[in-house]
Structures are given as C-alpha cells and as structure tokens.
Design a binder for this molecule. Structure first.
Ligand code: PLP
Length: 498
C-alpha cells in the first residue's frame, strides 16, 4: 500500500484540533460573558450573505485554515441576546454544546445498539424520566427523533397502523381506493400536520380542519359534526390531533375534551405538544391547561423549544409503548430483527432515522447537571415574561393583544386608535414596523396572520430578557409606527397589503 497521505494525518491531528478548539472556546467565553453586546440579529440579504461565504471559501478553501466559526458566530441571530424575542427555539445550554462536540467527534450514530451503547440507553432513561415527570402512565415508552415535524409524521404513521380499519395491511398492500382516511385537527395547527397527512397519501381531504374559538383553541363542540361530515363524504376518521399549544398564538386545545371525543369516536388521540409539552413539568400547568395530556395515545415534545436543549431534539411518547413498534413494519434483516418487541435497544426499529445523532446525550446531560428544578425555573421565568409582555401591551392605548397568552408566545399589534386606519392599513403598518425593527438589528420579533390579519409575534425564550427589554421593544414598535404614520401625508404613501 501507499503511505498514508500527510493531508489525512494532519486533518485528524490531535494538536491541530486542540489549537482550533482553544481559539473557539476563548471566543465563546467572551460571547457568553456579555450576551447583550452587539446586535440581536445581524441583518444581511440572502444574496449578500451567499456572496460573502462563497468569497470566503474561494479565498481560503482547502488550505488548512481553521473554518471561520467565529464569523458564523458574528453573523447569526443571537438567541441569548435579551432583545431576541422571535421564533420558539430556546437558547441551548452552553454545556450541552459540549455534549454535541463529543457526539460529533465520536460520530457513533445510533440505530443499532452496538453502534451507540450509552446513547441508546440514555434515550430510554430520558424518555422514562420525562414520562414520569409529566405524569404519563406507566405503560408509556418512546424515543427521540430529529424535530417535531418528523415526530408528528411518525406518530401519525403509528396511528394509521393502529387504527386502519380495512382488512388489508396498509404497510404491505398500500392504500386502497375504497378507504379514504382522514384526521381532525384545529385549523390553527402547525403546517407539519397537513404535510404529514399528504405524505401519507391522504390528500387534501384527509385533513379536516375544525374551527377554533376566540382564543384560537379547537372548538370541541364541533368535533361530532366534523366526524359526521367526514363520514357522509366517504372518509374514515383515524385520529384527532390536539395542539398544545398552537404555534401562532400559543393556545392550548382542551385536551380532556379532545380525549373524550377521541374515545367517543374510537379515534387515535395524538397531541402535538412540540412547544407546550414541557410546561406540563409544572403542576400548575399539568393540572389545568394540560389536563388530558396523559390520555393521549401519542405525544410530541420538542426539547429544543422549551427545554434549552440544542436543536433538533424531539421526544415522541406513546401511551402504550408497544404501539411504537407497529409504525414501520418492514424487514431490514441485515440490520435488525423484527421478530421480537423486546429489543427496545435497537431504536432504529421504531424511528424514521437509520443513523441518528446521539440526541439523548443532550437531554441526559441536562438532567444530570441541573435536573428538573432547572426546567421548572426556566419555564416559570419565560411564562412570566409572556404574561408581563401581555400586561404591558394592554396598558398601552395604541396596542392590541390578540389573546391573553397561555405561556410565552404573545401576539399583538400596533393599532393607533385616533389615526382612522382601515384593516388593510393596520396590517401594512405592522408589517412595515416589523421590517424596520428587524432591519435596525436591535430587536428580533416575528409575525403571524390571525384570521387574515397581520400580527406581531414574540416568543420569550430567553430567560435573561427582563421587564426593561420588553418596554424598550414596545417603545421601538411605537416609535417606528408613529414615524411611518407621520410620513404618510408628507410622502403621499399608500399602504398596500402584501
Ligand atoms: C415548532 C412546532 C412544530 C415543528 O417542529 P420542528 O421541531 O421545528 O420540526 C410542530 N408543531 C408545533 C405545535 C410546533 O410549535
């Protein structure tokens, strides 16, 4: 054989790794020491950003120069900045980033036990710990997977396997024309439910949107009618999906009411608790707004949203653990034996993924280092921030709150009462406000459409945001809103809806 290439040796060299790691660690230490330094979200257009990184690669690519990780740090949104009030992702706990570094270095992708022993058993442990802390039944089992979108699809595939009414086995025989399956869900549900339905081949008619009430919760009183309508149109309802909470407004569906309806109609009851599931760790949520969660056949919880775990990291829980083994009834004998359900340790039998990251190390490390009390403190803090923002919005004359928040998601809009603007103008005004606010790089907030109207939307995931930061953000919204309004007569600006 030829001698090993020096390039290979150098790329894997311990000393070279150490130098690069030390340099990044120093940078991250400075970063963590002052998270409010600099802007919340550097704003660069996609084309400019593309040009930047292409140029960097052309200049330095392949020369052994350490990858420009510090530049990535400078150019990315800063969830740890107290002015970050945007999407639902929580800041990743710094020490869990170390777990990621280890699993990246080991690259022992899970799927079969032999390839990832600690990761595999940790996965069982963290699922058990969370199931217990959430008050789920003893029969609960589950696994971790890459994100809520994939977890919801996996859960619905299990629902399909469990509740398929025909004599044929859909996994074996494919979907037959005679049966048109469907599920029922809040019209406000995350779009990934719709996507899952269509991936399963159920088509547009396979998703029956149930109207929501003034607080954007599913109207449980409409379920019977929705089931009847589906049946009358030749559809077979398979499942009811609850949202805990909805993505736009953070509204929790009435889970106990949905569990009753599922029982009445013998449907699978799935809860998409991607965002709100962890709030069930708090007794004040478990016994009120999340009551009924324990009756779900399957539950999705994103640990990267409300648990400070690096993304992606999602738990999928099944009330009857064995249901998870029915999802993928296919043979891959060279990897796995499907003969026995006792092989809990070969997780690839139940997950969509074959190779999978060592996701459990993040959650295990969190529980090991800080335990559930950390999560209690975190969840109470971000919830309190949500309540406080709502109070501030309500105290300002020219602001409207979409609904009193259930947790840390708050939707509102600037609505100057004396300006005599119509609905389209209010929409356009708020859209411009958000655009200017984000372009200022000082704050990061997002938006949503509620019943066709444009709203500003904040998710308060950074526990280091405080009352003052919230006030400042509202001041900035108001200031920009006023400026835009004052400019209007001068420039003869017309508001146009997007
Ligand atoms: C965020 C979210 C999802 C999607 O989860 P990902 O982890 O981003 O794939 C699904 N459902 C709800 C309710 C969510 O809030």
């Amino acid at each position: 054989m030829n001698p090993i290439s020096p390039r290979l040796t150098k790329a894997f060299s311990a000393d070279s790794y150490n130098t690069k790691a030390a340099s990044l660690q120093a940078k991250l230490h400075a970063y963590l020491s002052d998270t409010s330094a600099g802007v919340a979200n550097p704003t660069v257009s996609p084309d400019e950003e593309y040009a930047y990184w292409l140029k960097r690669l052309k200049e330095e690519g392949g020369k052994g120069t350490p990858a420009p990780l510090d530049e990535v740090l400078d150019r990315t949104v800063h969830i740890l900045h107290p002015h970050y009030m945007g999407h639902q992702v929580s800041p990743g706990l710094p020490s869990l980033g170390l777990a990621d570094q280890l699993s990246g270095m080991l690259n022992a992708g899970m799927g079969v036990y032999e390839m990832g022993r600690p990761g595999t058993v940790m996965e069982r442990i963290v699922i058990e710990q969370f199931a217990d802390a959430l008050g789920l039944p003893d029969t609960t089992d589950g696994f971790l997977t890459h994100g809520g979108t994939l977890a919801n699809l996996t859960a619905l595939l299990a629902a399909r396997a469990a509740r398929w009414p025909g004599k044929n086995e859909v996994w074996e025989d494919g979907q037959t024309d005679e049966l048109r399956p469907c599920l029922l869900v809040n019209e406000q549900a995350h779009y990934c439910i719709d996507r899952a339905v269509r991936i399963m081949g159920w088509g547009a008619g396979g998703i029956r949107l149930v109207p929501s009430n003034d607080e954007f919760r599913i109207r449980v009183d409409q379920i019977d009618q929705a089931v009847e309508e589906a049946l009358a149109e030749g559809y077979t309802p398979i499942a009811i999906v609850g949202s805990a909470c909805t993505t736009s407004t953070g509204s929790f569906d009435d889970l106990a009411g949905l569990a009753d309806a599922a029982q009445r109609h013998q449907l699978w009851f799935h809860v998409d608790a991607a965002h709100g599931g962890p709030f069930g760790l708090l007794p004040e949520y478990r016994q009120t707004i999340l009551a009924g969660l324990e009756r779900a056949d399957s539950i999705v919880i994103d640990f990267h949203k409300s648990c400070c775990v690096p993304a992606l990291c999602t738990g999928l829980f099944f009330r009857q653990g064995k249901d998870a083994y029915r999802t993928f009834r296919q043979r891959a004998d060279y990897l796995l034996s499907f003969e026995s359900e006792d092989e809990w340790y070969n997780l690839g039998r139940r997950t969509f993924e074959c190779t999978k990251q060592m996701l459990s190390l993040r959650v295990y490390s969190l529980l090991y280092e800080y335990g559930f009390p950390f999560l209690h403190d975190y969840l109470r803090r971000v919830n309190e921030l949500g309540q406080h923002l709502a109070t501030l919005v309500n105290s300002r004359m020219d602001f409207d709150l979409a609904m009193p928040p259930d947790c840390n998601i708050v939707c509102f809009r600037y609505f100057p009462k004396t300006a005599n603007l119509n609905a389209q103008q209010i929409d356009a005004l708020n859209e411009m406000i958000r655009q200017q606010l984000v372009e200022s790089e000082q704050f990061y907030i997002v938006s949503t459409k509620l019943r066709g109207r444009y709203y500003l939307r904040c998710t308060l995931t950074n526990p280091f945001t405080d009352e003052g930061h919230l006030e400042k953000m509202l001041d900035a919204v108001e200031e920009i809103g006023n400026e835009i309004q004052n400019l209007r007569p001068l420039a003869g600006l017309h508001f146009v809806t997007a």
